[in-house]
Design a binder for this molecule. Structure first.
Ligand code: AMP
Length: 342
């Protein structure tokens, strides 16, 4: 039976389904009723399944319907923020990539273990608020998209930030926070694709994020900054394109290759498909990785017609969404679909 490519209607669904259509697949969007008026405009979406809530994908009825349609589900950030790792693993519809590694993205301790196994340089973790002695970034556990993060250079600042989060009913306990060394430099997001069919790693693009309100603070003259208390937030609003100095590419490929090999050792079958290494280039052009995403990231939405890097690798404008569909097509043709699904 012909496979259909499906995904949740949010995050990067337009790019994923447009790419699938360009590779000759039928497409399916699972989305909330309130978002339908946006998605109905796009001709490359063949089937729409309307739900009240993204969590409805856990309903056996919905999963049966997806399986009847021979749907392959493409995971992205909305699946991860809507469901727990246990829930994702319980899904009985074939998922593109390794759904087991999504747990390693969601859990800070597992995440750190995989980054260390990948020989990535990572920011120092500060174990207790009493050990804060330099600028730190305090984060919430889980994929919060930068919401609720705050900076501090001492214990008092940590306690003030924590009280504010309690008042705003975001946390109840200090253990819900995670303190990390603040890395000075420029944040950069590196997009990779690993093909278990060709055994090749492809560097597909790079972006920077546009975060509110940290990226707007420089628009406020310093005399006003001093007069009002400004606590920056890191809520992602969009993404901006970037190219790297060509001499950085050697290190980029090395990090990507190490990450693929470490994933295969720690979380078999590894990382078939897209992933992103997220970090800061310091003033010495060292890349310090503060996060990874073990699936497609929304920053790839920039390159729906291909990126400066994918253009070196592919004749047709190759978005990450299209690259996923191409891998599924190649796997089907070689009778190796099992190598790209879990
Ligand atoms: P995250 O949700 O972990 O991707 O982080 C949100 C934003 O916080 C990033 O885009 C960076 O701007 C910033 N950030 C996160 N961790 C660090 C760090 N250790 N040092 C400096 N900036 C960071």
């Amino acid at each position: 039976m012909k496979k259909i490519i499906g995904t949740l209607g949010s995050h990067c669904s337009l790019q994923v389904l447009k790419g699938a259509k360009d590779e000759g697949f039928e497409t399916l969007l699972i989305t909330q009723k309130k978002r339908y008026h946006v998605y109905k405009r796009f001709g490359f979406i063949d089937h729409v399944m309307l739900v009240d809530n993204f969590r409805d994908i856990l309903e056996p009825d919905i999963q049966n319907r997806l399986n009847e349609l021979a749907c392959i589900l493409i995971p992205h950030g909305t699946l991860i923020s809507s469901l727990s790792p246990d829930e994702i693993e319980s899904i009985k519809v074939p998922v593109f990539g390794n759904k087991l590694i999504l747990r390693w993205e969601a859990d800070r301790n597992l995440k750190q273990e995989l980054m260390l196994e990948s020989k990535l340089q990572i920011p120092k973790t500060i174990k207790s608020k009493r050990e804060i002695s330099d600028l730190c970034i305090v984060k919430l556990h889980g994929a919060a998209g930068g919401k609720g993060y705050f900076l501090t250079s001492d214990q008092k600042g940590f306690e003030e930030g924590f009280s504010k989060l309690v008042k705003d009913k975001i946390v109840t306990n200090e253990n819900q926070l995670y303190i990390q060394e603040y890395v000075r430099g420029v944040p950069v997001f590196l997009h990779f694709f690993y093909s278990p069919i060709s055994k090749d790693i492809e560097f597909m693009g790079v972006d920077r994020r546009y975060e509110s309100d940290i990226d707007g603070i420089s628009r406020i003259p310093s005399k006003h900054q001093f007069n009002v208390s400004i606590e920056p937030t890191y809520n992602v609003i969009g993404n901006m394109p970037l190219v790297l100095r060509e001499s950085l590419l050697e290190g980029v490929y090395e990090m990507g290759e190490n990450f693929v090999q470490a994933s295969e050792r720690l979380v078999p079958p590894g990382i078939p498909g897209p992933f992103c290494l997220e970090g800061v280039y310091t003033k010495d052009a060292m890349f310090i990785t503060f996060e990874f995403s073990a699936r497609i990231v929304a920053g790839t939405n920039l390159y729906v017609s291909g990126s400066q890097y994918s253009d070196y690798l592919f004749k047709n404008g190759m978005s990450m969404g299209r690259r996923i569909a191409l891998e599924i097509k190649k796997a089907i043709n070689k009778g190796k679909l099992g190598a790209v699904l879990t």
